[in-house]
Ligand binder design. Sequence first.
Ligand code: SF4
Length: 288
Amino acid sequence: MEIKIAQPSGFCFGVKRSIDMVEKAVKDGKKNIQIFGPIVHNPQQIKVLEEKGIKMVNSIDEIQPGTLFIRAHGISPQVYEELKKKNVEIIDATCPFVNVEQNYAKKLYEEGYQVIIIGEKNHPEALGAQGYAPGSLIIGSVEEAKNLKEVPKIGAVVQTTLEPEEVAKIVAELFHKAKEVRVYNTICQSTKMRQPAAKQLAQEVDLMIVVGGKNSGNTRRLAEVSSRIKTTYHIETAAELKKEWFKGVKKVGISAGASTPDFIINEVVEAIKKIDKEMSKEKSKKKK
Ligand code: SF4
């Protein structure tokens, strides 16, 4: 069985940057390192960091004196002000692509637009960007866009990991809601490359395995786009692979979300190789 890995797969620029920053803080001997919210939507990578003594804190009340990281998703200015009241050194690891989205949201608000964040309602990145434009709305579907009130002018930014085709449908609906519609395409470079790579690979193989946290929005979207083309399984770890998926499969494609560490991808590749060997053995036994 041939195994092909989509390029890019695994950690994106922003996630890698934030984890490198945390690891540097460990090396520099920073005390009591905490991360505000899970640094990546990947339980296995979180475990690796927790084993190094790094804590994930999910609310402001949990923060203890020491060092506090803001993860790649970013936070709202209001939450930032609250964090400043705590006795901690704040290190901001917000992805620069998320900063672009936040800055455009702020600019549109200051220019008097009804700001729309095209994104997932409860996603931390969308919630953070919303804080830069008071009164802004998060819209995640065409249905929600249809329910908007008409206003003189709409200004929109886009959650960095959304699928351009889905965003375009929402934008088309916004045109019915205002005379002036300005949209900043803030989908990040990593997403722009990753989704087409997964689609392309899905066309070339018999089966797709998408690896990454079940709570990772960008991994779920990779699985969605891939499943429109080929049978696709979304797994978090190699332990979830099932031999029966690979019956009759000659080429298998692997794609992985922006928050999936390389060691998990490698484990999946090795497990598929093992399954392939077992299946070959079983076949040759039957022939005898
Ligand atoms: S997915 Fe894009 S915006 Fe999000 S952290 Fe990665 S590079 Fe940055």
